[in-house]
Ligand binder design. Structure first.
Ligand code: SF4
Length: 327
């Protein structure tokens, strides 16, 4: 029996090379879901403009991000990857959806309020307020059933569900009401203990060389009370221990014990951790080297993904027009 796979839509803004946080927070779960679901992955280049209209480097960043996706194990045969700006139907559906939600509802969005606070924004552009509406169009254009998200994105999925319901009630039943699927991962902190972010410069990039990873790990903050080997440490408040937990899980009991007793010093512990991260990223690095020296292949993968996505998007918009009796 041919059972239709559920559809997943997920994407990222093309802000350049990806870091460990992207790997543990999204890419690993996208790759794991590839067989069970029909995945679609969006390079959200229009979304990137909501907080910064500068488009210099946006194409290079998109290609760099695509290479990171491929290097992490996304298979273009199973998971079409495409740029939002190349599928015109995203903009068209966004326009239609923008008539189905009030400005007051969007202003109440808690994620927007947090972004305004975190980015210290004085003014919010119209497109930023409407970010969840464009996101609804991104998801529903492919009739996404499931959207892998971090907890902070759940309010956006709720807006997508509301818009789908409103469209289906107003016109005809075209769209599913997608579910948010919380990605289960330990969110990794940056090397300074703060949220991992490229703009802060506290990341380990998936494309970093072994030498750079080792150098960066040396600067990682640890338990401030453990000043030298021999001092008893508190691994549960140490971010290097978190990294071990992710990349060197089998040695966790030994590291915990030796850190606490003082037998293990932070320098040795960090170098061991660097080695494990380097080993874990070795397959990514190998694939990245391959794609970087086969850029034609990367561009073909993107073109194929855009062709595939464009076909689905056209079909959905034909249904939308019919439901709306636009002729
Ligand atoms: S020994 Fe390792 S786990 Fe313990 S504080 Fe130092 S770096 Fe952290």
């Amino acid at each position: 029996m041919n059972i239709k796979k559920k559809i997943i839509l997920s994407g990222m803004r093309p802000t350049g090379k990806l870091h460990l946080g992207h790997l543990t927070g999204a890419l690993e779960s996208w790759v794991a879901m590839q067989g069970e679901y029909q995945n679609y992955h969006l390079i959200a280049d229009y979304h990137a403009l909501t907080t910064n209209p500068d488009t210099s480097g946006i194409y290079e960043n998109s290609i760099d991000m695509l290479i990171d996706w491929l290097s992490a194990g996304l298979d273009p045969e199973k998971s079409p990857m495409f740029r939002q700006s190349k599928i015109k139907e995203h903009s068209e559906l966004h326009l239609i959806f923008s008539m189905l939600i009030t400005a007051a509802r969007l202003e109440r969005n808690p994620t927007l309020k947090e972004q305004i606070r975190d980015l210290n924004m004085d003014n919010v552009v119209y497109g930023h307020l409407g970010y969840p509406v464009l996101q609804a169009a991104d998801i529903l254009l492919y009739k996404g059933d499931v959207v892998p998200v971090g907890e902070d994105q759940l309010p956006h999925i709720e807006i997508t569900r509301e818009i789908a319901r409103r469209f289906n009630t107003q016109y005809a039943s075209v769209f599913p009401e997608p579910e948010g699927k919380i990605t289960k991962f330990a969110r990794l902190s940056g090397l300074d203990g703060k949220r991992m972010s490229k703009s802060i410069g506290n990341t380990i990039l998936l494309s970093d060389s072994p030498e750079v990873i080792t150098k960066k790990l040396r600067t990682a903050v640890t338990d401030p009370q453990k000043l030298r080997k021999g001092d008893p440490g508190h691994p549960d408040i140490c971010l290097v221990f978190d990294y071990h937990n992710k990349f060197n899980h089998s040695e966790i009991p030994e590291i915990r014990e030796n850190c606490k007793s003082g037998k293990l010093g932070c320098v040795d512990c960090k170098m061991n951790c660097a080695k494990k991260i380097i080993d874990a990223l070795a397959p990514n690095r190998e694939k990245r080297d391959y794609y970087e020296s086969h850029m034609d292949k990367v561009k073909d993968i993107l073109a194929d993904g855009e062709k595939h996505a464009g076909t689905i998007a056209e079909q959905t918009m034909a249904e939308v027009h019919e439901a709306m009796k636009l002729g």
